[in-house]
Design a binder for this molecule. Structure first.
Ligand code: PLP
Length: 220
């Protein structure tokens, strides 16, 4: 068996194990984060039948996924990295989900592009859960207003996304995300990466963004 598939299967069974222990009914989906890896490295997982893939750059995603997405229409592509509003046009075209909605300017731009392209992609509001200067995301005390703003634009907000502060125990942040999500009555949570996805499962994350544990270490 291919190494990638072997690691992938181990992750899936670890998640199932965790869900069993916790009696959580929400299914946690895996987004295989394929940024920096060439398509040939990703193909075994596509052939195995996995459908959700994550990229953090629009241009890289266009180059890598345009062709295969027209052949395999079930593939769901997730933008998990920062999106500049001048690239919203291209992002709306190639992605099925955007996890990094983080400003009113971007919200307006996505809304405009969706009208032009007649698309309605699924969106997560990125939350700056650790209140870090260097991180993108809406601050906790502005989430409510921002969510209302997005609703007025008819954006399809399905949930909240976060990247907790590096090198800290993420559980407190995951817990806070879970409660924010419930307050807004949203369905989905995008949180958990290679190092902490099982903890994210404990706090009912529905989209785990896992890269290096599946594909191996990334070159810089
Ligand atoms: C790269 C990346 C991931 C995956 O990280 P791993 O540690 O390789 O699992 C998840 N989320 C975001 C936003 C990323 O940029």
């Amino acid at each position: 068996m291919h190494d990638t598939i072997k690691r992938y299967k181990e992750i899936i069974s670890a998640i199932e194990q965790r869900l069993k222990g916790q009696n959580i009914d929400n299914r946690s989906k895996v987004i295989a984060v394929s940024k920096t890896f060439k398509l040939e490295k990703i193909l075994p997982l596509i052939d195995y039948g996995h459908l959700d893939f994550g990229e953090n750059k629009v241009q890289e995603a266009i180059e890598k996924w345009s062709e295969i997405k027209t052949k395999k229409k079930d593939i769901q592509l997730h933008l998990i990295g920062k999106l500049q509003s001048n690239k919203a046009k291209f992002a709306v075209k190639i992605f099925d989900y955007i996890h990094s909605l983080d400003s009113e300017k971007l919200a307006k731009k996505i809304s405009e592009e969706q009208s032009k392209q007649n698309k309605n992609i699924k969106l997560f509001i990125q939350v700056n859960i650790g209140n870090e200067d260097q991180k993108s995301g809406i601050s906790i005390n502005q989430i409510n207003d921002f969510y209302q703003f997005c609703n007025q634009l008819n954006l399809n907000i399905i949930g909240l996304m976060c990247i907790p502060p590096f090198d800290q125990n993420p559980e407190g942040y995951f817990k806070e995300m879970q409660s924010l999500k419930e307050k807004l009555n949203l369905k989905e949570l995008s949180m958990g990466m290679s190092s902490d996805y099982l903890q994210a499962v404990d706090y009912s994350s529905t989209y785990l963004r896992i890269g290096s544990s599946i594909f191996g270490k990334r070159d810089q």
